[in-house]
Ligand binder design. Structure first.
Ligand SMILES: [Zn+2]
Length: 318
C-alpha cells in the first residue's frame, strides 16, 4: 500500500465517522424534540377524543330524535310517555317486552311455551343461512322467536296473549310462531279465557317456505275453535302488521283494535301502486284509513290501550 492510498483510506474513514456522528447527533436531537412534540400532540388528541366520546356517549344516552317531527327529546321523557313523542304524538315502534310491560298489570305476565325453539328444516341459505339469521335475531332481541305467549292480566282481567316482536326477523311467522299462537289459543279454550293477539309483523317467513304458509291455516283453524268455544278474541294491530298475519289470525278478531299510526295491510304500498298503476292516497294502509273503511273497530292511542282493553274484557266477562 502506498502513501497516497493510505491517506485516502484515512480521509474516507474520517468522513464516514463524521457523517455517522452528524447523523447520529441529528437523529438524537430530532428524536427528543419529536418525542416531546409528539407526546404533547398525542396528549392533546387523546384529551380531545376522550372529551368528544364522553360528550357523544353522554348525549346519545340522554337524547334522541323524533323520526316524525325531528324534535330533540330526552330518552327519559320518551320512555315516561310510553315511547310516544310528547310534541307530535308519533308512536314509536316498541318491542314485545316493552309492550308486555306497558300493557299488562305489573308482574302478572306468566310466559308459556317458551321451550318451543326454531329449527332449520329446509337447510335454507340465501345470502346468509337461516341458522345464522336465527342466531343473529336471538343476539339482537334475546328472544328465541318472534312471538311471546302467555297468560296475563289487564286491570285484573285475565287474558291469554300472543305478543309479536318485529325486531326478531321482521316479526315473521314461521312454524314456531304459528305453533305458539295455536297453543296459546288452545290453552285459552282449556282455561276458558279470552285471547288478545298483539301483532307486529311483515308476514310469513320465507326461509321456511310452505311450512311458514301452512301456519296461516293452522292459526286460523285455532281461532275458529276459539269461536266455537264461545270465547272472545281481540286483535291489537300495531306498527306494522302485514302479509300472512293480516291474512290469518291477525284480522279474525271479534274486536279489532289498531294502535294509532300503525300501518296495516297485506301487500306493500309500492307493490299495489305498481300493479294497479295508480297513486294511492297518503293515508293508505294506516290505522285511521282502515277505521274509515270499516276494517277495524277502534283506533286507540297507546296511552288509552289498557283502559280500552280492560273495559272490553270487563264487558265480556259477564
Ligand atoms: Zn315528534
Amino acid at each position: 500500500m502506498d502513501f497516497k492510498t493510505l491517506c485516502n483510506i484515512i480521509k474516507y474513514a474520517f468522513k464516514f465517522i463524521g457523517n455517522w456522528r452528524t447523523a447520529h447527533r441529528l437523529k438524537t436531537y430530532m428524536t427528543i424534540q419529536e418525542w416531546f412534540e409528539k407526546r404533547k400532540e398525542a396528549q392533546i388528541q387523546r384529551r380531545q377524543m376522550e372529551s368528544r366520546v364522553d360528550t357523544e356517549d353522554f348525549a346519545a344516552d340522554l337524547w334522541t330524535k323524533c323520526v316524525h317531527c325531528e324534535a330533540q327529546i330526552t330518552k327519559k321523557e320518551l320512555e315516561e310517555n310510553m315511547m310516544v313523542c310528547p310534541l307530535c304524538d308519533y308512536h314509536f315502534r316498541i318491542n314485545a317486552r316493552e309492550r308486555i310491560q306497558q300493557l299488562f298489570d305489573k308482574d302478572s305476565f306468566e310466559e308459556l311455551f317458551k321451550e318451543i325453539k326454531p329449527t332449520d328444516p329446509l337447510n335454507f341459505v340465501d345470502t346468509v343461512s337461516y341458522a345464522d339469521r336465527l342466531e343473529k335475531a336471538h343476539a339482537k332481541t334475546g328472544l328465541d322467536e318472534a312471538v311471546i305467549t302467555g297468560i296475563a292480566e289487564i286491570e285484573g282481567h285475565k287474558v291469554a296473549t300472543a305478543v309479536m316482536d318485529f325486531d326478531f326477523m321482521g316479526g315473521s311467522m314461521g312454524s314456531v310462531v304459528g305453533e305458539k299462537v295455536t297453543r296459546i289459543i288452545e290453552e285459552a279454550i282449556k282455561r276458558r279465557l279470552p285471547v288478545l293477539a298483539i301483532t307486529s309483523s311483515g308476514g310469513a317467513r320465507m326461509q321456511e317456505s310452505a311450512l311458514s304458509l301452512m301456519q296461516m291455516a293452522k292459526t286460523s283453524c285455532a281461532v275458529s275453535r276459539l269461536d266455537e268455544a264461545g270465547l272472545l278474541y281481540i286483535n291489537l294491530l300495531t306498527e306494522p302488521t302485514f302479509g300472512g298475519i293480516t291474512a290469518s289470525f291477525g284480522m279474525l278478531g271479534d274486536i279489532i283494535i289498531a294502535e294509532q299510526g300503525a300501518r296495516i295491510g297485506f301487500a306493500g304500498r309500492r307493490v299495489i301502486e305498481q300493479t294497479i298503476r295508480q297513486k294511492l292516497p297518503a293515508d293508505f294502509q294506516t290505522a285511521e284509513y282502515l277505521l274509515k273503511y270499516g276494517q277495524v273497530d277502534l283506533v286507540s292511542k297507546r296511552a288509552d290501550l289498557r283502559k280500552n282493553l280492560a273495559s272490553i274484557l270487563a264487558m265480556h266477562e259477564v
